[in-house]
Design a protein around this ligand. Structure first.
Ligand code: GYE
Length: 324
């Protein structure tokens, strides 16, 4: 059994070295010529996250000249810190960090800097005392996403008092902080908007369902769910339907990410608004690393352009043309 596995591994290695394994246009290079990138990924909590991991794998393929080492932190910052230390010990060429939360990175990033390894932050932001602790960042403007949702609510739900259930993402992550700040500003500006429930559903479908079932069980009355990602809203939809409620009619659902499954739920009327958050960062991070390899200083902060989707602007063609 063991020797069989060894043969398989050797065969795979031969294929990769001869350039026939990757299915890529560029022939794969010898293993020692590959640029090694250690990627500390948050986890696999959502469709967004899985799309992001795939995008990184595609961009940093052997065919493109890279060896990508991915560490899945299962949404735990301690695991990310350990992963970064392992990358430093392995002497990777670049570290890419998709941080769980914003704070708590100063020490480990100082270690990476002492080892001379550039660190690129992707997706969520970090808050460090010394901005030179990371090379650059690329991701979304989460506060703006929240504001986009609030503006849409003002324009489309202006008629009646709103009783809002707020399913938050991981507390302390930029995605949660920005989307919550956006809603808080809306709540402060509208006397007839009431926050009836707020709790973190950790960006997962299971937690979104569990929380919605719990509030329905308590008999809480609400007419809007503001869910900080698609997977939590999928869970909420299951819970609402199980309680005999009709999403989109009895409760207006607002979500973030705009993955294709959620966009289809806009076409069926279940979700009313989905604010786009683009996970396809692989090519962007690769472009940054290519700049660094050429000695070019990349832009410190890059915000990705994003929009929103509702029944008024969404079409089948848009869904078909999206990569996630
Ligand atoms: O919205 C959520 C994921 O940080 C933008 O993390 C990302 C968020 C995304 O789990 O689905």
């Amino acid at each position: 059994m063991k020797s069989c596995r060894l043969i398989l591994i050797m065969a795979a290695l031969c294929l990769a070295l001869s350039g026939c394994g990757g299915g890529s246009d560029t022939p794969a290079q010898a293993l020692e010529d590959l640029t090694v990138v250690g990627f500390s990924q948050v986890g696999a909590e959502s469709d967004w996250r899985n799309g992001n991991t795939r995008s990184m794998q595609e961009a940093f393929s052997a065919g493109n000249g890279y060896r990508l080492i991915i560490d899945d932190a299962q949404q735990k910052q301690e695991r990310q810190i350990t992963a970064i230390r392992n990358f430093i010990n392995q002497g990777v060429d670049y570290i890419v960090l998709a941080p769980t939360t914003e704070r708590g990175w100063d020490t480990v990033l100082a270690e990476a800097r002492a080892a001379g390894i550039p660190v690129i932050i992707v997706d969520r932001m970090i808050e460090v005392d010394d901005p030179d602790l990371f090379t650059c960042w690329v991701g979304s403007d989460f506060r703006r996403e929240g504001e986009t949702a609030v503006r849409w609510m003002e324009e489309h739900l202006g008629d009646g008092p709103l009783r809002i259930v707020h399913l938050q993402g991981n507390i302390g992550s930029s995605a949660q902080i920005g989307r919550t700040e956006g809603l808080d500003a809306g709540l402060a500006a509208h006397e007839d908007w009431e926050l009836v429930f707020r709790e973190s559903g950790d960006f997962t479908q299971a937690k979104g369902q569990e929380l919605t079932e719990a509030i329905l069980g308590q008999g809480l009355r609400f007419n809007v769910i503001y869910s900080e990602n698609d997977n939590m809203v999928y869970g909420a939809i299951d819970a609402l339907r199980a309680a005999g409620l009709v999403p989109g009619r009895d409760v207006t659902l607002i979500s973030f990410d705009a993955g294709s499954k959620a966009l289809r739920l806009i076409l069926t009327g279940d979700i009313s608004l989905d604010v786009e958050c683009n996970p396809l960062h692989g090519p962007r991070v690769r472009a940054i690393i290519e700049q660094l390899r050429k000695g070019v200083t990349p832009q410190k902060l890059t915000y990705v352009d994003e929009t929103y989707f509702d029944a008024g602007n969404l079409t089948e063609e848009i869904i078909a043309g999206r990569g996630y």
